[in-house]
Design a protein around this ligand. Structure first.
Ligand code: ZN
Length: 391
């Protein structure tokens, strides 16, 4: 049992100084100020106490787009990115990840993705995954993506299926509709998110396929979840319109160069919130472990970078430095992805919720990170490591 005192809680709503009792991986009790839970003294004496001395305590970040197996591979086998170890996430305040396959769903597949997801769980992280990858037909474990979603517990939806990109399988409207229907029906049968997470390239078709899918079917807009929508400014505007129509859109925290036709995730989120579109229909993810290639006109890689899990906290820090209140910025990293992904007990700080918590230091870095009640980071240092991470 852990008693956290003097936590300045943003749930994401600001609640002021609170005391929290953590046990069994959950927040068992929370009360204002220095109030303590009403328990027998002998029992209370067994608690470990953590005094946060007024540090801001936020829900653990939920990263809805992570290449946990390592992504890449667009410039030959040597560019396959290695798997992302536990502390890359924990040190960056990320307590939940959704793993997925990208361009390389050939040398990598659903078995590797699920095994890596289970490994991260064994290391103590909350980990889920998407079925499929960039290309249609999707690779599956059971022979049917709908069966995969229904019977394989960690799988939350389908993704990242690529559209408007030269690396895509150039899916047709009917193919996209079929995948969205499979995701939706599996969601109905299981209570899972059942979303179709769509990788958007920088092609001029933009989100046309999604608009036509919405106009030409009975599927609810929430099923369609486009990501990387801040990679071009025009695409971002299209995405904001789709959010008004009921889709949740995802911004990627990739590096953006001066003068580039793109918005950083921080700029994108500021613009989104200022647009008056529904504040709960936007999320930010890192693309960690994925490679961020630039291509020439022939489709050859000219430059390559790797997405980092720390990009989420960097984006949050950037937003705070720009004057956005923490409670306005936080939902896109916490309660919004939890809502979209239907992760009950995640994304908020409240009694009964999972004890996935991050205490921020004065600069907005992760001072203390607790995942399901277990301390992973203390004073900015990892106190737990992944199985193959050296001490
Ligand atoms: Zn992608």
């Amino acid at each position: 049992m852990l008693l956290i005192r003097n936590a300045d809680v943003f749930a994401p709503r600001p609640l002021g100084l609170q005391t929290l009792l953590i046990g069994g991986g959950q927040i068992l009790w929370m009360g204002p100020g220095s109030q303590s839970p009403d328990l027998p003294a002998a029992f209370a004496a067994t608690f470990t106490t953590l005094d946060l001395a007024g540090k801001r305590l936020i829900p653990g970040l939920i990263d809805g787009h992570v290449h946990v197996t390592g992504g890449g591979g667009e410039a030959g086998f040597k560019t396959r990115v290695p798997p992302v170890p536990l502390t890359r996430f924990s040190l960056a305040g990320v307590t939940t990840v959704v793993g997925l396959l990208g361009t390389d769903d050939v040398a990598r597949g659903p078995r590797d993705l699920l095994a890596t997801t289970y490994a991260l769980r064994e290391d103590g992280l909350n980990a889920y995954a998407y079925a499929g990858g960039y290309h249609v037909p999707l690779r599956t474990l059971t022979g049917s993506v709908r069966d995969d979603l229904v019977f394989l517990e960690p799988l939350l939806g389908i993704g990242e299926v690529a559209i408007s990109d030269h690396r895509s399988s150039q899916p047709t409207l009917d193919e996209i509709l079929r995948l969205a229907a499979d995701a939706h029906v599996a969601g109905l049968l299981t209570g899972k998110a059942g979303v179709l997470h769509l990788h958007l390239g920088d092609g001029p078709r933009g989100l046309d396929l999604v608009r036509r899918a919405l106009a030409g079917s009975e599927l609810p807009p929430r099923v369609f979840n486009p990501t990387h929508v801040n990679r071009c400014k025009a695409l971002f505007d299209e995405a904001v319109d789709l959010a008004r129509a009921g889709c949740t859109i995802d911004l990627t925290a990739f590096p953006v160069a001066e003068g580039e036709d793109a918005y950083s995730a921080a700029d994108g989120l500021r613009r989104y919130l200022a647009s008056g579109a529904p504040p709960e229909r936007v999320t930010v993810s890192s693309d960690a472990g994925g490679c961020l290639p630039c291509f020439d006109a022939d489709g050859r890689v000219t430059h390559m970078d790797v997405g980092a899990a720390g990009a989420l906290l960097d984006t949050l820090r950037n937003l705070l430095a720009g004057g956005l209140p923490l409670e306005r910025a936080l939902p896109a990293f916490t309660s919004n992805p939890a809502g979209l992904l239907r992760l009950a007990g995640k994304g908020q700080i409240a009694a009964g919720f999972d004890a996935d918590l991050v205490a921020l230091d004065a600069t907005g870095g992760a001072d203390t990170v607790i995942i399901r009640g277990i301390a992973h980071v203390q004073s900015g240092l990892a106190v737990r490591r992944g199985t193959f991470e050296t001490v």
